[in-house]
Design a protein around this ligand. Structure first.
Ligand code: HGY
Ligand code: MN
Ligand code: MN
Length: 414
């Protein structure tokens, strides 16, 4: 099963260059830049011969009808939005590998038994609404009305955002996929870690996707004049935030080894009044905790706030936490993992199994059927940074394994 590696790389380069010019590589969801990328992608899907639509949840879907309409579809794809100044290949590699595979089947005249659907899921990365995986949540039917009313700083609601992206939020029920309603979902993605590169392995067979919990922690103090307020009288919210950040780092570092390591990050902080000559009166931090151990993920933030409350009270500070999102750890399906490993071996590519420390749309697609992920190495394991880099042959390896995996699943699944 051959694919056109040059075409795949040309498309990867073309789409990655649709970015905010001042902060490569950036195509934030729900922005005109994102729609510019979507317009380009939809044209490529259409030109490749796929039946191209935007579903009610704002996902771009390219469909190739199968020979037996009674069979459930095989889904492939990923996402085309990015984090700020983030991944040149995070997401788009999987969408374009899916497009390449579908187009290669069309050009070879290979009629699959199952329909093949290529997805660009809407807003896989945490959006300005505070929520990630918008399109795959919609597919799984777990985008609640409360979520649809979430607002981003400029006041737009997520409901309006989905409309902006071409979706129809009032028709989400029409696109929901029930449990066991797809034959399989397979996503190609860069590892975003160092295991494959360190071990010189070409293909990662993902066994499970880490659980992720995000909480909003608010430290409340008192805004004051930075010059006229004596130190002993201050209630400096940023000092309290610093104690939380230090403690979280120490606690997570103590649990970073073992079979189910835990990681914790304060990746976003907003302070007010946020002026050089004002004592910070409030600090709002986003805590993100990840592990394969769901109980540990659930307990981490509560324990941190509970145990640091006395120390912050001594600084005349209050602290509270509220959940933003919680996604449990998700297992990949052994049958899909086995097909990926068989496909890679048939292409002479080395493989190893590994967990994903990154989150992916697959955690929601898994509610509709069996999933699998194909990892390729990335330079120094870097991702969510402008330095993210892969080689053309690595992209081609991922697409070739995807093509062979789809062919195997199509032949073996009911
Ligand atoms: O955050 C993640 O793990 C993924 O890259 N969205
Ligand atoms: Mn990402
Ligand atoms: Mn991604």
């Amino acid at each position: 099963m051959s694919i056109d590696a040059d075409r795949l790389w040309r498309r990867t380069e073309a789409l990655s260059k649709i970015t905010d010019p001042d902060r490569p590589w950036t195509r934030r969801s729900f922005t005109p830049r994102f729609l510019e990328g979507r317009k380009w992608l939809a044209a490529e899907f259409h030109a490749a011969g796929l039946e191209t639509t935007i579903d009610a949840g704002g996902n771009l879907v390219g469909r190739l009808a199968g020979a037996d309409p009674s069979l459930k579809p095989i889904m492939i794809g990923s996402h085309s939005d990015t984090v700020p100044s983030g991944g040149r290949y995070d997401g788009i590699l999987g969408v374009l590998a899916g497009l390449e595979v579908a187009q290669s089947f069309i050009e070879r005249g290979d009629r699959l038994r199952h329909s093949l659907e290529v997805y660009d899921f809407l807003a896989e990365e945490p959006s300005e609404f505070g929520l990630s995986c918008i399109g795959s949540r919609a597919l799984a039917g777990v985008l609640s009305n409360e979520m649809l009313e979430m607002k981003r700083p400029d006041g737009m609601t997520l409901r309006e955002g989905i409309q902006f992206a071409g979706g129809r939020p009032d028709s989400l029920a029409s696109m929901r996929r029930a449990a066991d309603s797809i034959a399989a979902y397979v996503e190609v993605h860069i590892e975003q870690g160092r295991v494959l590169e360190n071990e010189g392995i070409a293909i990662g067979v993902v066994t499970d996707i880490v659980g992720i919990r995000r909480e909003r922690i608010t430290v409340s103090g008192r805004a004051d004049h930075a010059g006229a307020t004596p130190m002993p009288l201050r209630a400096d919210a940023l000092v309290g935030a610093a104690k939380l950040i230090e403690a979280a780092h120490e606690r997570a570092s103590a649990r970073s080894n073992g079979p189910q390591p835990l990681v914790a990050t304060f990746g976003r902080i907003e302070i007010s009044p946020n002026a050089a000559n004002a004592v910070p009166g409030e600090a709002v931090l986003t805590l993100e905790v990840r592990s394969g151990n769901e109980a540990a993920v659930k307990a981490f933030g509560d324990a941190l706030v509970r145990e640091l409350t006395p120390a912050l009270a001594e600084l005349r500070l209050g602290v509270r936490s509220e959940p933003i999102s919680h996604v449990p750890p998700t297992a990949c399906a052994p049958a899909v993992c086995s097909a990926i490993a068989t496909a890679a071996a048939s292409l002479g590519l080395s493989t190893r199994e590994l967990p994903s420390g990154a989150g992916h749309d697959g955690v929601f697609v898994a509610r509709t059927g069996p999933i699998g992920m194909i990892f390729i190495p990335c330079l120094d394991g870097r991702s969510h940074a402008p330095e993210e880099s892969i080689e053309p042959h690595q992209a081609a390896d991922g697409a070739r394994v995807l093509a062979e995996t789809v062919r195997l699943l199509d032949a073996t699944l009911g």
